[in-house]
Ligand binder design. Structure first.
Ligand SMILES: C[S@@+](CC[C@H](N)C(=O)[O-])C[C@H]1O[C@@H](n2cnc3c(N)ncnc32)[C@H](O)[C@@H]1O
Length: 274
């Protein structure tokens, strides 16, 4: 199943504006190319049927940010291999559906379907335009799926709000916006401010022809909150997990050295008025 254990070669780094179409194309290409290496590297930490919100290891089994899920219809945005959805199946949800931009990530979801015997309905789609009816889910969530990769936070948030039924809950985790100021380095070298927090230009890696092959977007705390409110949702909480004792893993720019001093993750919770 793992054809290629290496991540795609990094491209030439630029900071520039990138629109929705170019971001989606780059995201699809990159995550298709990275899926094997990503699942091989992080699969044990994620667990085949486990629900972690972040590299800090915030576990839904402990924090219950989604509230009571038994009997509910749940949507996961940017589900990757669907580990979270499979854990929710063990919690008595009536249905959980996942979607992801990258076909290769969904093939890993199918692999876990076969390994665990729990089939998770999953489709290929873009969070900027969700192929689901308005008000069709009781709970919508995303664990680092899609939201760090969309240029217009308000567009994806509006879509999440649209597919949620009145009274439903929406929770999503993203890179903590403060991290944008620092080099993506898990050591002490990553503790010196190098970039402006206010610079919304995307981080882009380009191929030799100038095409984006990896894109990440920055939205400030205020941008996320305004997007939540504009989506017709009521903001409830922003969790900023501290790095816990006993977690020694380094995941990209996340790790114990910086994690004990600055937040690496933000988890936003909101509800749709009944
Ligand atoms: C960091 S992974 C997180 C996946 C999963 N929640 C996990 O913890 O492994 C980000 C996922 O978001 C997906 N993604 C990126 N942009 C997306 C978009 N615009 N719409 C849907 N999924 C997207 C990627 O393909 C990738 O599977």
């Amino acid at each position: 199943m793992y054809d290629d254990m290496d991540y795609p070669e990094p491209g030439r780094v630029e900071r520039r504006a990138v629109g929705g179409g170019e971001s989606a194309r780059a995201g699809r290409l990159w995550w298709d190319g990275a899926a094997d290496a990503y699942q091989a590297e992080h699969g044990d930490f994620l667990r085949d049927a486990g629900f972690v919100w972040s590299p800090e290891g915030v576990d839904e089994a402990d924090v219950r940010l989604l509230g009571e899920v038994a009997g509910k219809r749940v949507l996961e945005i940017g589900c990757g291999a669907g580990q979270c959805g499979r854990w929710l199946r063990s919690q008595g949800v009536s249905e959980v559906v996942g979607f992801d931009l990258a076909r290769r990530q969904l093939q890993h979801s199918r692999r876990l379907d076969e390994q665990t015997g729990h089939r998770l309905p999953a489709v290929q789609a873009d969070a900027q335009r969700m192929p689901f009816a308005t008000g069709s889910f009781d709970v919508v969530f995303s664990s680092f799926g899609a939201f760090p990769f969309v240029p217009a936070a308000e567009t994806a948030l509006a879509e999440a709000g649209r597919v949620l039924r009145p009274g439903g809950r929406f929770v999503f985790s993203v890179t903590h916006p403060i991290r944008w100021c620092f080099p993506d380095d898990p050591t002490k070298n990553g503790l010196t401010v190098k970039e402006s927090y206010f610079d919304r230009r995307a981080y882009v890696e380009e191929d030799d022809a100038g095409r984006a092959v990896y894109v990440e977007h920055h939205h400030t705390v205020g941008d996320w909150l305004r997007g939540i409110v504009a989506a017709g949702l009521v903001f409830q909480d922003m969790v900023e997990p501290e790095w816990p004792e006993g977690n020694d893993q380094v995941w990209g720019g996340w790790g114990p050295v910086r994690g004990r001093m600055i937040p690496g993750t933000a988890i936003f919770s909101a509800v749709k008025p009944a």
